[in-house]
Design a protein around this ligand. Structure first.
Ligand SMILES: [Zn+2]
Length: 306
């Protein structure tokens, strides 16, 4: 009998075309079946999918297929995390308009993604730099602004002079930018948008109880520590630089306080210019809300008022 070799390209193409034509993974809008939503982190359209993407998306694909086979109406969309300065910088470096650059990357990556044969409903593809997607971000933002949850204030941020953008703490590696390994990250005081997420701390904390038994205790503890609720008292220390507000969980020990240490970002905002003095007096607490001290300052990153 003549040997026939396995032509994987031919076999793959046959099923690629057949599954595509049958629109196999479309989520049904009105279905009596139980719903299940699988969402993986959307890839950033940098130009090519790599083996790391396959590993990552194979996990979501396995879960979605398992749920399909168990009779669920699975919603498994895919899309592109395509909005932001890295895309713009890449376009500048490649001397292409950002829109054209991003769209051509998406087209290339989508063609590869489709060959993976993952179980996506491509009818629900989203591209975050398109108005039909980001109009909803804007809508959410305006709702938060209306309700005082979004606000602006000046704050110190990590700034990469080469990216020309702000970096998250996680993007600073050994004091340098994660993309520019020899570029020192600077601290810059910039007007920033903030979200008052602490407003939801109590609610979040209470709701972690619903996850008990389903989530590992270690993860729940991490979440609770991250929410970081702590009950205590705010105390104003009066100094020649203005009041210094501190938070303590042990206000009963405040009478023993002799020093206040604050990060350099507080001193930057201090109303009076800081001058080092050697004056030192014992604190004379007036009440638990208001304790008077004289101030002296140690000229280091963290300043001390004694
Ligand atoms: Zn950088």
């Amino acid at each position: 009998m003549p040997e026939k070799s396995y032509d994987h390209k031919q076999v793959e193409m046959k099923w690629y075309e057949r599954w595509g034509a049958e629109d196999l993974y479309r989520a049904e809008e009105n279905s009596a079946r139980p719903k299940f939503y699988v969402l993986e982190m959307l890839p950033y359209p940098s130009g090519a999918l790599h083996i790391g993407h396959i590993r990552n998306y194979a996990i979501g694909d396995a879960l979605a297929r398992y749920k399909w086979m168990r009779g669920f109406n699975v919603l498994h969309p895919m899309g592109w995390d395509a909005f932001g300065l890295p895309a713009e910088n890449a376009a500048i470096a490649n001397q292409r308009p950002p829109r054209e650059w991003t769209q051509s990357n998406i087209a290339k990556m989508k063609a590869t993604h489709r060959r993976f044969q993952f179980s996506y409903d491509w009818n629900r593809e989203v591209t975050t730099c398109e108005p039909d997607y980001y109009r909803w971000n804007q809508w959410f933002f305006l709702k938060m602004l209306e309700r005082g949850i979004a606000y602006r204030k000046k704050a110190l941020v990590n700034w990469c002079p080469q990216c020309g953008t702000v970096l998250a703490n996680e993007q600073v590696v050994n004091g340098c930018c994660w993309r520019h390994e020899t570029t020192q990250v600077e601290q810059r005081a910039l007007e920033q948008w903030f979200f008052r997420i602490t407003q939801y701390a109590d609610e979040l904390l209470a709701d972690t109880a619903q996850l008990e038994g389903n989530w590992p205790e270690r993860v729940l503890t991490m979440q609770r520590n991250w929410i970081g609720r702590s009950e205590g008292t705010e105390v104003d220390f009066h100094s020649e630089f203005g009041p210094i507000r501190v938070f303590t969980t042990r206000v009963d020990t405040i009478y023993g306080a002799t020093c206040v240490r604050a990060p350099s970002r507080w001193w930057m905002r201090a109303p009076t210019k800081i001058q080092a003095t050697s004056k030192k007096t014992a604190s004379s607490p007036a009440s638990t809300r208001s304790i008077h001290t004289a101030a002296s300052v140690c000229p280091s990153g963290w300043r001390t008022s004694c």
